[in-house]
Design a protein around this ligand. Structure first.
Ligand code: GLU
Length: 429
């Protein structure tokens, strides 16, 4: 059967199965096989504990009523309260939300946070909504969800197209409903409302700790390393900044939903960020040539960073990738078939739920600060994040090497084993 999949950049026609939850289950099955778990264990792990599907109607600024569909999936809570972001994107669906909630479960376990995994989303396009509409929608979503979330139950956070301001409205709505102050009900809040320093750049920073370790396995030097980044949102723009300013790398290419830019000698990231602020795209940045999102994957570079949406690296483009390291800041950017190709090509893949775990790790710090009504310094946040990410990276590589498997399966083995151990100790299995 031929499946057509729109990944927001380009329509790919491919016989590959790109359904996100099917992919998540395939990967889990593979991990269970490597761990020699039987079908009963796989069955206990492979479906979410709870999937909430909501529908609500809201009056838009133009006076018309609009009905929205929304989700919250709590995938597995054996290790603790469930945690995960809220997406506000027009293309989401329950399969994607379930897949991302599963990934959050493995992500929290991989970096050993005492948390389970969840994900939520509202099908909408925040780019086409006014601030007032966004606030009403955020509050409505939390009103419908308020009995299912809480600082000791399930803690949402930002994700694709959601912001600290949206988290602030959501926290406020929850507190009004419950009649208490509960800053730990949501993370990724503005600093003024109990957000953590370092949260905004945490996903990117966590990824750079992994890059620093990965590069030691190669003959590339960080200074002057050529970087291509797909996606210039929160993760993509922050990783570009850190790699340029602190590591001395050359950002040679980047892209957003409108297209990509390229300069083989590198471009100035701050100018690109400024350009995007004023024109809402990086395309057209002075001194760069325009390329397509597809071209970006096949460029001559040392490090390729998918930092946008799922299914970016598929069978068709994996063969042509020239980078030596792939840094998955996005969730689910690589399909299983592409994974096999990359493994054969000896490309180092830093798998998503390890690579981008910096975000949820600093979210966890934010929860702790919320419980104690206390603030950590930037130094405290960075040091602990560094320690957690570096350990998780080293454990993953060790596990992959021991089992002669790829890094993704190395990370899966660690995480799934931890979740299964917790389920056994609770007497669930
Ligand atoms: N949405 C982010 C992720 O996919 C962060 C989740 C969180 O902070 O809870 O990891």
């Amino acid at each position: 059967m031929e499946i057509t999949y729109t990944n927001n950049f380009k329509e790919y026609k491919t016989p590959e199965n790109l359904d996100p939850f099917t992919i998540a289950q395939q990967q889990l099955r593979h991990a269970c096989e490597l761990l020699e778990y039987d079908e009963q264990i796989y069955n206990a792990l492979s479906e979410p504990e709870r999937l909430i599907i909501l529908k609500f109607t809201m009056r838009m600024d133009n006076g018309r009523l609009k009905t929205f569909k929304a989700f919250r999936c709590q995938f597995n809570s054996a290790r603790g309260p469930t945690k995960g972001g809220i997406i506000g994107h027009p293309d989401e669906n329950s399969s994607l939300i379930k897949a991302l909630a599963a990934l959050m479960t493995w992500k929290c376990a991989c970096v050993d946070l005492p948390l389970g995994g969840a994900k939520g989303g509202v099908i909408c396009n925040p780019k086409e909504m006014s601030n007032n509409e966004l606030e009403r929608l955020a509050r409505l979503y939390i009103r419908k969800l308020s009995e299912f979330i809480g600082p000791r139950i399930d803690i949402p956070a930002p994700d694709v197209y959601t912001t600290p301001q949206i988290m602030a409205w959501m926290m406020d709505e929850y507190e009004v409903i419950k009649g208490i102050k509960a800053p730990s009900v949501i993370t990724g809040k503005p600093l003024e409302l109990g957000g953590s320093v370092g949260r905004i750049s945490a996903t990117a920073r966590g990824g750079t700790f992994c890059i620093r370790e990965a590069i030691k396995e190669t003959d590339i030097s960080l200074k002057g390393a050529k970087i291509a980044i797909q996606g210039f949102g929160n993760a993509g723009s922050h990783v570009a900044e850190i790699l340029q300013d602190e590591f001395g790398c050359k950002i040679v290419a980047a892209s957003d939903t409108k297209g990509g830019i390229y300069n083989k000698n590198g471009f100035n990231v701050h100018k690109a960020i400024e350009h995007k602020k004023t024109t809402s795209t990086i395309v057209g940045l002075e001194g760069t040539q325009q390329i397509s999102n597809e071209d970006l994957f096949e460029l001559n570079c040392d490090i390729l960073i998918p930092a946008a949406l799922e299914n970016a690296i598929i069978k068709r483009n994996a063969t042509n990738i020239e980078a030596k390291i792939i840094v998955e800041l996005a969730n689910g950017p690589t399909t299983p078939a592409a994974d096999e190709i990359l493994f054969e090509k000896d490309i180092i893949v830093i798998p998503d739920f390890l690579c981008n775990a910096g975000g949820v790790t600093v979210s966890y710090f934010e929860m702790i600060q919320g419980f104690y009504l206390h603030r950590w310094t930037a130094q405290e946040v960075d040091n602990l994040l560094n320690r957690i990410m570096t350990k998780a990276y080293k454990d993953t590589i060790l596990r992959a090497n021991l089992n002669e498997t790829n890094n993704r399966m190395g990370a899966y083995m660690i995480s799934v084993e931890r979740v299964v151990d917790a389920m056994k100790l609770r007497g669930w299995i």
